[in-house]
Design a protein around this ligand. Sequence first.
Ligand code: PHE
Length: 513
Amino acid sequence: MENNRSSWGSNIGFLLAAIGSAVGLGNIWGFPYKMGKSGGFTFLIVYLLLAVFVGMIIMVSELAVGRKTKLSPIDAYQKVTKKFAWIGWLATVAPFLIMTFYSVLGGYCLQYIALNLTELSFGIGATGSEAFGAILTNPFGAVVFTALFMILCMVIVQGGVDSGIEKFNKIGMPALFVMLLIIIVRALTLPNAVDGLKFMFVPGYAVSAGYITEAPDLITVLGTAGGQMFFSLSLAMGAILTYGSYLGKEENLVKNSAIIVFADTLIALLAGIAVIPAAVANGLNNGLARGEIALGGPKLLFITLQDVFANMGKIGPLFGVIFYGLVLIAAISSAISLMETISAHWIDKDLQRGETDTRKRIVLIVSLLIMIPAALVAADGLGSSKFYPAALLGIQGGVPDFIADWLDFMDCWSEGIAMPLGAMLMALMIGWEMSPDLVLDEVAHGDPSEGFKKFYKFCVKFVVPIVMAFVLAGQMIGFFSGSPIIWYVISGILLVGFWIFAAVGNKKDAKVE
Ligand code: PHE
């Protein structure tokens, strides 16, 4: 089978694809806002520490398990663990759930490109709230554009690992970078842009200047930064494992991981430098109070920034096209990694049976299957519909986030629960059920130093599981209402329970030593 299995054309091709997976909507609207809100540099430092001590460890582990087994997540976990084989399913269902809303957001990007192109050609434009209001209350349009986005991704993934995914990223990533630089220059030359930089980088400025009313405590920052870091690096969702399974033995996993983490963080910072100053400048220049400027979530991307371009005069829509174009590239490059992860298991299965030509069909079926719940998320329009989850349950008033709309519902199960739990379980599996040497042997093709080995063992056994329990609690507090203490207790119980489960009676029955 191995001879027929796909592989990357080159290490740089792999790197661009992995960076493409990592760089996505999370970088552009998640990172800048969370950084500003959670104390600027404090957040950045916590984020970087987590990226090195936790993110890097999981990234190296996923790449190693993928490359060692040369299998998709479902089969890879089955091969390396007895107790935790089901993590593979977690790492396949989670990307599926993410795709159900990621494709809707990708569809919105297409609509904004179309809007700005119309404005550019015919001078018929719209403010952010007009445009977004119209989009959210037009279920048919949202479903059509979601399907369009899905078709774009499908065609790329059908093209194969090297001639579809790798090719797209080789052109898309450099293009994204150049487009981002153009937007940064435009943003920073707007009057009052500096205040936006202060929001992001000056500790405590978001509160003292009145952008937000209350600074979060350090534990909350840890949860927020951890959740953001995992989502942004595409970790614990099978994507990095799958991309690793197409990687050649001679490539250095530690160095590659470091490059991916560095590039993803750099793009997140650059996106922040483009987006936040533009949004702040436009708000202040139009007489908004600081607390009134929407700097987070879908509003930032689809209302605040559209206003920036609408207020820029004749040339504004051109910047609009460039900006939403770059967001679209970021969304596609992430979505194709999710689609590949979901499809890989069935492609592998067919390969094992000697059927080599079924990729196109499998990817088509996967796309259609995603499209069913995605149509629900699209038609719901962030809860503008009559059939948002809480409405179906007959719950009114004080609705917790996870049932306020279908997008958050899908996000809760994937990013909120499956991701932190998956990472925690993976670390416990490697650290306590099997042995970290499984990963280190695989990494050894790039010959890691003794120092790295010690660092890896310590982190995978202790740091990652404990941090992930905090991240899990942080995510739950965000999605469900109720007292935070309950979620800390539940996370703690899960951690201890799985830790014991992983450690008891192991090694002898581990499949791979
Ligand atoms: N990393 C992507 C982003 O930041 C999202 C993603 C998560 C992609 C998990 C693949 C796997 O938007």
